[in-house]
Design a protein around this ligand. Structure first.
Ligand SMILES: Nc1nc2c(ncn2[C@@H]2O[C@H](COP(=O)(O)OP(=O)(O)OP(=O)(O)O)[C@@H](O)[C@H]2O)c(=O)[nH]1
Ligand SMILES: [Mg+2]
Length: 369
């Protein structure tokens, strides 16, 4: 039977995993390789899945829990992709608050399904802003508590490759300083300096995936109580809604206003954004915006933006907060915008929760030879 190369991508919320996954997949396509995707989240209604499919990639999703807790679902999806689409490579993006993937996902795959999958090096995507915050905290913006930072640290510790992403936003000197920091802390880990968005050094990253046989063998020493505490500090909100206006409105302006108002509340309530994504779609275009730190500017991607009366809004927020407060803040802001833009908001799907303690289906503490 043909074995498929399986690339497991991890890294903290908002680091750029989806961007790395999609743009790497497109690079691999250019080389004549067929790529399929698996996305993963604690909730439903995922912007990531929508984006991957929009890029023409065969995509399956594992929802309602991370890969380690939904191992059987992950395997079923991988197996279906393998049988139906016959890809050369599958890239699977883990939930950004998840860690311990070597012991709970890669080793079990090696143990039980090595005839179907060959794992690539476990790749952890890192946003320089998180490292900078760790090295030199900016006290004007909310920061994560210790247990949330613990998850980020454990992700780094199990990496075979650290992909230091978003280098297009920093000077070579800043990147060199962060690279030295990472090399001194993780001397056994390969470091790739990339910009997933601009496609910088993605060929080198994909080459490393294709040519390296070993992957996911750094089984962590990890405190599951602290890990669970970190997950429980986060609130996770997914909303799907229909926005309708009496008069034509500008969707970009609506999103900008929405984020600016949310940001003001988050600063006041000391809520640290991990990743906030909003996608406003209309029949022939969309506006997508993303924020990865409270108090920092959102980034926009959009297509064919024009004024209109009816929009479909998808909102995914991951933030350090309680679900109750997050619900109140978002409801307030939507109310304010309805008045300002003379719009009506009808939620068609809503969920807001803190992730439950991780309970992996398998955990192999010895590496499989
Ligand atoms: N400037 C710049 N922005 C990037 C780069 N890669 C990702 N981004 C932006 O960073 C934000 C987060 O990117 P995603 O790819 O959605 O991050 P993620 O890790 O998949 O996020 P979650 O799935 O929520 O954990 C988006 O606004 C991206 O456009 C990059 O190389 N350069
Ligand atoms: Mg993602």
């Amino acid at each position: 039977m043909k074995t498929v190369k399986l690339v497991l991508l991890s890294g903290f919320l908002g680091a750029g995993k989806t961007t790395t996954m999609i743009n790497s997949a497109l690079k691999l396509n250019e080389k004549g390789l067929k790529v399929a995707i698996v996305t993963n989240d604690q909730g439903k209604e995922l912007i990531d899945t929508e984006l991957a499919r929009k890029n023409g990639l065969d995509t399956k999703e594992v929802t309602g829990g991370c890969f380690c807790c939904q191992f059987d679902d992950l395997y079923q999806n991988l197996n279906t992709l393998l049988k139906e689409k016959r890809p050369d490579v599958i890239i699977a993006e883990a939930v950004g608050s998840c860690t311990d993937l070597a012991a709970t996902v890669i080793q079990p795959l090696k143990q039980y399904y090595s005839d179907q999958f060959k794992t690539a090096p476990l790749t952890i995507v890192v946003d320089p802003a998180r490292l900078i915050q760790e090295l030199n905290a900016d006290e004007t913006i909310p920061t994560f508590s210790q247990s949330v930072s613990y998850i980020f640290e454990k992700q780094l510790a199990e990496a075979d490759i650290i992909a230091l992403n978003k280098v297009d936003c920093y000077s070579p000197e800043e990147i060199e300083k962060l690279s030295q920091y990472l090399r001194s802390r993780f001397p056994q880990t390969a470091l790739q300096i990339v910009s997933a968005e601009k496609g910088i050094h993605l060929n080198e990253l994909t080459e490393a995936w294709l040519t390296t046989e070993l992957g996911g063998d750094k089984v962590l020493d990890i405190d599951y109580n602290l890990y669970a505490e970190g997950e429980a500090q986060l609130a996770w909100m997914n909303i799907l809604g229909d926005l309708s206006a009496e008069q034509d409105i500008d969707p970009h302006g609506w999103v900008q206003n929405f984020l600016s108002k949310l940001n003001t509340h988050f600063l006041r309530e000391n809520m640290a954004i991990a990743h906030l994504k909003v996608h406003v779609g209309f029949e022939d275009g969309y506006v997508k915006a993303s924020m990865v730190q409270t108090g920092k500017k959102p980034t926009f991607t959009e297509q064919n933006v024009h004024r209109g009366k009816n929009f479909r809004v998808v909102l995914n927020i991951r933030i350090e907060a309680t679900p109750a407060i997050l619900n109140l803040v978002v409801a307030d802001v939507i109310g304010e915008l309805n008045k300002e833009f003379k719009t009506q908001w009808k939620a068609t799907y809503e969920e807001c929760f803190s992730p439950l303690p991780p309970k992996p289906v398998h955990r192999l503490s010895e590496t499989v030879s």
